[in-house]
Design a protein around this ligand. Structure first.
Ligand SMILES: [Zn+2]
Ligand SMILES: [Zn+2]
Length: 80
């Protein structure tokens, strides 16, 4: 599976999950490794996914979609 963190350097996290280091030096759990380790155990997935986060592991695609929505709503409000 591909994700936007694919090219970040990896480093093991304290809980054994593969971490991806963002440009700010923070480790974010690798989504693929989380899926591998937690399987379909949602609670375990959440537990392993816990980390200090500066938002870099959030998919930009999702963010851009939200911004698009806000722009659309704005246009409707102005009536055009
Ligand atoms: Zn970062
Ligand atoms: Zn993160």
């Amino acid at each position: 599976m591909s994700h936007h963190m694919n090219e970040w350097p990896t480093e093991p996290m304290p809980n054994g999950v593969v971490g991806r280091k963002c440009e700010h030096g923070l480790l974010h759990p690798d989504p693929d490794d989380l899926t591998l380790k937690a399987k379909k155990n949602f609670a375990l997935n959440l537990q392993l996914a816990e980390h200090e986060c500066d938002g870099c592991c959030v998919d930009l695609g999702q963010h851009q979609r939200e911004e698009q929505e806000i722009r659309d709503q704005d246009r409707e409000r102005r009536g055009g």
